[in-house]
Write a protein that binds this ligand. Structure first.
Ligand SMILES: [Zn+2]
Length: 297
């Protein structure tokens, strides 16, 4: 006899057991040991329009997407950043700028205004590269996500229930053999803070007043891929308009390993915190190129 419903029940139970007493009930319970099992607790993770995906310049629709507009991205924050090791990544909440509003984006695939809420990273290990999105078949060393919420929604919970709820900007980084700190002053502040964030739930405040744009350095903001996808962590809500920049920024081979010495809530190395590739299925992927590239190609 075969009882699929009972099997499913035990599968869920087995997945829950190791965590059951360990975490407060409001915490998101997931581990990168078995991302294929996220769906047993978070059904969206096994659903449609999932991220990350592999982006290929030869399989995109080069339509005339408008450029992204970056509002207040280059204005200083009115407060210092509080970086935190949350056991899955290093993150910070985006403070308001000196103008009293948070930085925001519109344009690209976005029909509304999206306010920057939080920034975090995905990385690999000494053995493995750890970007989430692939570009033309290549996985890169590090991926930064700037998460924005549609300003027509009042809370993250509300936004997670709407297909146009969130917009994430993704920037990929490639390790280079250089001691030189590249012109990404915001990122350099974060890299310099990582040594203080080794333990789960530790936090650190760099002393500099930054701008959100300073995380991007001289990135070509006009050249990006865009598609409809999901959060890459549970609950995997399919509500994210992704914009992934085509230019890959450099990170020194001396800086990248600082991510690998962080530890998760069980005291184990916090490494390889990237979700496996998801199927594109019938989705369309768009690419916008800077006007000067249209001229030469
Ligand atoms: Zn992310």
């Amino acid at each position: 006899m075969h009882f699929p419903a009972i099997e499913d029940f035990y599968k869920r139970l087995l997945f829950l057991l190791p965590f059951a007493t360990e975490f407060p009930s409001d915490d998101r319970r997931f581990s990168y040991d078995a991302p294929m099992q996220w769906q047993y607790i978070y059904p969206h993770c096994g659903g449609s329009d999932q991220s990350p995906i592999s982006l290929n310049a030869h399989k995109v629709i080069p339509i005339g997407l408008p450029p992204l507009h970056f509002g207040l991205y280059d204005e200083p924050f009115d407060d210092l950043l509080i970086l935190r090791n949350n056991g899955h990544t290093v993150e910070f909440s985006v403070p308001t700028t000196v103008y009293g509003e948070r930085p925001y984006i519109t344009g690209g695939l976005l029909g509304d205004f999206y306010e920057a809420m939080a920034v975090h990273f995905h990385w690999g290990s000494s053995q493995q590269k750890g970007s989430e999105h692939l570009l033309n078949g290549r996985r890169y060393d590090l991926e930064m996500h700037i998460v924005h919420r549609n300003t027509k929604y009042q809370s993250d919970e509300e936004a997670r229930n709407q297909t146009d709820g969130l917009a994430v900007l993704a920037v990929l980084f490639k390790v280079v053999r250089s001691n030189y700190l590249h012109y990404q002053p915001g990122l350099n502040e974060i890299l310099g803070s990582l040594l203080h964030l080794s333990d789960f739930n530790s936090s650190y405040t760099p002393a500099a007043f930054l701008t959100l744009g300073s995380l991007l350095g001289n990135l070509d903001r006009g050249n990006f891929y865009a598609y409809q996808g999901s959060l890459t962590t549970p609950p995997c809500s399919p509500v994210v308009l992704w914009h992934v920049f085509a230019e890959v920024l450099p990170i020194s081979h001396l800086e990248l390993p600082k991510f690998w010495q962080l530890r998760d809530r069980r005291g184990r190395p916090l490494i390889n915190n990237f979700r496996p590739l998801q199927s594109i299925k019938r989705r369309q992927v768009f690419q916008r190129r800077s006007p000067e590239e249209y001229f030469w190609t």
